[in-house]
Design a protein around this ligand. Sequence first.
Ligand code: MG
Length: 183
Amino acid sequence: MRFFLVHILLLLFQNIHLLNITTMISEKLQNAIKEQITAEMWSANLYMSMSLYLKAEGFDGFAHWMKLQSQEELEHAYTMADYVIKRGGRVTVDKVDVVPTGWGSPLEVFEHVYQHECHVSQLIDNLVDVASAEKDKATQDFLWSFVREQVEEEATAQGIVERIRKMGDGAICYLDGQLGQRK
Ligand code: MG
C-alpha cells in the first residue's frame, strides 16, 4: 500500500514537472527579437509599397520581383517568431510604422532597396551582439542564417543597381522582363 502511494505521488510529480515549460530564452533577447520581427514586417510593407508603385508606373516585372521580396520578409518575421515560441518564449504582433509611398525612377527604387538591406544587416548584427551578451549560443546559431542571408540580399540589390546604371534607361524594359522571371 505504501509503495503504491509513493508510486502515485511520483507519477503526479512527473506530470507537474511536464507541465512546467522552461523558457530557454531571456526576456531581453525575446524583446530584441520581437523588435526585429516588427522591422521585418516593416520591410515587407516597404517592398509591398515599392511593388505597388512600380506596378502603377508600368513595370510589371520589377513589381513582381518586389512582391516576392515582400513575401520573403514576412517569412523572416514568421521564422523568428516560431523560433522564440520553440524556445518557450512569447511573441506578439506589434504596431508597424508607415512606409514611404513615392519614388522616382526604378534606379531610385533599387538604390533604396540596397540602402535598406544594409540597414537590416546592421540590425541583425546588433541582434547577434545581444545574443552574445546573453551567452545564448542557440540563438546566435539561429541568427547566423540571417547574417548569411543579408550578405546575399546586399549583393543582389547592389547587382541590380549596377545593371540599371550600366545598361541605362534604354534597357530598362529588358531588365523589367528579366526580373519578372523571379520565382
Ligand atoms: Mg529580412
